[in-house]
Design a binder for this molecule. Structure first.
Ligand code: FDA
Length: 287
């Protein structure tokens, strides 16, 4: 059964780029930065992976033209599993390099989203392979819930890399990931501090007030400038808080997903909060 798109509209900007551009303009008008995610993941066919790479390139060029009058560089969030990571890492590396070459010509920034723990090590390898050549154009995501992450944080601090820190959204077993929210928050806080102190322009990606407040308190205490980091949130989640954070003088970037393959992303957002499941059930019953 294909679920109707209106259910996903709260979290997904549109099913195509034409419908997404007004959303981006609106957010920018409110003083929020954006990163755009063309939805899709886990492609297992080389031809489709090349098509996905070309779709990212097209998106980059369209955003570069769209943003040209504002001077804002395009910012994309991509999934390596969409460009053949699970087929062949070397093939995926070629695709990533191809995309980053285009990114460089547009002064754009490409964030490698972090997916399931089966490809964490591969994602970090691919990032480290391209980072020396594209330091200002590529960044990675680290997930506080993974037990391996402290070592990855230290490694990224040593590289002075740009990291987005989030809790982690995939279902992982207890030997791989902390399951308890207090443990995850404690790890998040520790890594947030390390990244703010030792890495370059980290993205603190959370809607959790306790972690947002902890970040604000830490940067105030340590005298870290507001231009040296940004908050990040997902499109459709706590929009008023997003504007308040921008209004208080912090940089904040909104992750804006779009595309027809929205179901896996949408399912992760539903899983995060049981009220979302009630919302969808209510609407389906009404149909
Ligand atoms: P938490 O889930 O505790 O939420 C705090 C509050 O925010 C809730 O009480 C509620 O008010 C609101 N809220 C949060 N989620 C909601 C939802 N789905 N619906 C309605 N309200 C909600 N993960 C990953 O594994 N790889 C990645 O690459 C990324 N990338 C990424 C980018 C950005 C910009 C963000 C903000 C998040 C990610 N994530 C991610 C997702 C992240 O790992 C995590 O699953 C979500 O951010 C939810 O965790 P919070 O820290 O926001 O807190």
């Amino acid at each position: 059964m294909k679920l109707p798109f209106f259910l996903a509209r709260r979290f997904v900007a549109a099913e195509d780029l034409v419908g997404t551009l007004p959303v981006l303009r609106d957010l920018q008008h409110k003083g929020l930065y954006t990163t755009v995610d063309l939805l899709g993941e886990y492609i297992s066919d080389r031809t489709l992976a090349l098509l996905a790479r070309d779709a990212y390139v097209d998106l980059l060029r369209t955003l570069a033209a769209e943003y040209a009058p504002t001077g804002r560089p395009p910012n994309l969030s991509i999934k390596l599993s969409m460009m053949g990571q699970k087929i062949d890492e070397a093939f995926c590396l070629d695709n990533l390099r191809h995309l980053l070459e285009v990114a460089r010509t547009h002064n754009a920034f490409i964030r490698l989203d972090m997916e399931g723990s089966d490809i964490t090590a591969s994602t970090i390898r691919l990032f480290e392979a391209v980072y020396p050549d594209y330091r200002d154009h590529v960044g990675i995501v680290l997930q506080a819930y993974l037990k391996r992450t402290r070592g990855d944080v230290e490694q990224m601090c040593a590289l002075n890399a740009r990291v987005r820190l989030c809790k982690g959204a995939y279902k992982e077993p207890p030997d791989v990931a902390y399951q308890n929210m207090d443990d995850i928050r404690a790890r998040f806080t520790e890594y947030m501090q390390l990244l703010l102190k030792h890495a370059r322009y980290p993205g603190i990606a959370t809607h959790d007030d306790r972690l947002i407040d902890a970040t604000r308190a830490y940067v105030a205490r340590e005298g870290i400038r507001r231009d040296d980091f940004e908050f990040q949130m997902l499109y459709g989640i706590r929009p008023q808080t997003q504007e308040q954070i921008a209004g208080a003088g912090y940089n904040i970037r909104i992750y804006v997903p779009y595309g027809e393959r929205w179901l896996p992303y949408y399912s992760r957002r539903l899983r995060e909060r049981k009220e979302n499941i009630f919302f969808i059930l209510k609407h389906l019953v009404r149909q």
